[in-house]
Design a binder for this molecule. Structure first.
Ligand code: KG4
Ligand code: ZN
Length: 339
């Protein structure tokens, strides 16, 4: 089954073609980063308008790259939530209009399930049961994955998501948007011994997170310390190490509690090299494996939506004619594709 995937939940327009036989046939992405940069964050209305502008050209690109005609598309999958309501609606309407005109089924996909399944686009895909750490700009989730579609929430953030904490801390250090990659870049040259940041909520049992205090800690350290040329890099390094350590501690705990060995790490922050290194060491130490998407599929993309759509539509799942999007959508409400 040849499935077209459309991602428009935030500030990336992603379109891709996936088929069960050939795997990922083509994908195209347009990032709106430059559009939002001058505002220091995503402006929802601008995001929606830009998705509308980019969807059709990207669709033409993926068809041409795969050597396919649009009449060959057998199903259309789009991100139905969670995300920005206006942005979600642009993808939903494009997907539904196209599916209706082609006479093929359409299915709304959960954005975090798509992130979770993204490592399945790689050469040696993970197989459940496993623990997934999903770290994006809007979510921080630890999930027990018993099968595709069978998810149990083990822990989540009580305030800021990890990516959000990166973005806010980067902003107060005067770095650009999106802050995660910018902060990670300067952290490389930071002195790890200069500051020690707290590891929030690691001194008590449980798998929930809290990251909002770290940005405040960074702000105080920045304001009260000397403004030498290394000040930003040293704070970035301490912040990044605190985040990575905290995530590693919680992953170890989740693997212990579930008695599982394998870990999937996905979502924008899974592109972070220090985090990848630390989690690979954790998995190796326990005789398990850690699976990531390739860096370009860590952040939002159409490929993960096309893959998730193919997995679910293959077993007959489709939506009725109502056009639904869900800005808020708990992952635990999903069911297995064949249920
Ligand atoms: O998954 P994603 O593209 O969008 C959401 O679904 O939210 O994640 C975007 C987030 C942003 O907060 C960005 O700063 C963060 O991922 N991010 C990173 C890195 N690359 C992206 N954070 C830390 N280190 C990185 N290398
Ligand atoms: Zn995302």
């Amino acid at each position: 089954m040849l499935v077209l995937g459309i991602e428009t939940s935030c500030d990336e327009t992603g379109v891709a073609l996936y088929s069960q036989g050939r795997g990922l046939e083509s994908h195209a992405l347009y990032s709106q980063v430059a559009l939002h940069a001058e505002y220091g964050g995503v402006v929802p209305e601008l995001a929606s308008r830009d998705h509308v502008r980019k969807l059709v050209p990207l669709l033409r690109t993926v068809l041409a790259d795969a050597g396919r005609r649009k009449e060959e598309i057998q199903g259309v999958a789009y991100t139905a939530g969670p995300g920005l309501i206006g942005a979600l609606l642009t993808g939903a309407c494009a997907a539904r209009g196209l599916a209706w005109s082609l006479g093929v089924p359409v299915l709304g996909i959960h954005h975090m399930e798509a992130h979770l399944l993204a490592p399945m686009l790689e050469e040696s895909p993970p197989t459940p049961p496993l623990v997934a750490l999903l770290v994006s700009g809007g979510h921080t989730l630890l999930v027990r994955v018993s099968a595709v579609g069978d998810y149990e929430l083990l822990g989540e953030t009580r305030d800021d998501a990890v990516g959000e904490a990166f973005d806010k801390t980067a902003k107060l250090l005067g770095l650009g948007y999106p802050g995660g990659p910018a902060l990670a870049r300067i952290a490389v040259d930071g002195n790890p011994a200069r500051h020690h940041f707290p590891r929030p909520m690691t001194d008590r049992p449980g798998l929930d997170f809290s990251f909002s205090g770290l940005k405040t800690y960074a702000l105080h350290t920045f304001r009260n310390g000397p403004a030498d040329k290394d000040a930003r890099a040293d704070i970035a390094r301490a912040f990044e190490e605190a985040i990575v350590d905290t995530l590693v501690i919680k992953c170890r705990r989740a693997l212990d509690e579930t008695q599982l060995a394998d870990l999937v790490v996905a979502g924008g922050v899974s592109a972070n090299q220090r985090l990848r290194g630390a989690l690979s060491r954790l998995a190796a130490e326990r005789g398990g494996r850690v699976y990531y998407p390739r860096p370009e599929f860590c952040t939002d993309n159409g490929a993960m939506v096309a893959l998730t759509g193919a997995l679910r539509m293959q077993s007959g799942e489709r939506d009725d004619v109502a056009c639904r999007v869900r800005p808020r959508w708990p992952l635990g409400e999903l069911s297995r594709p064949d249920d």
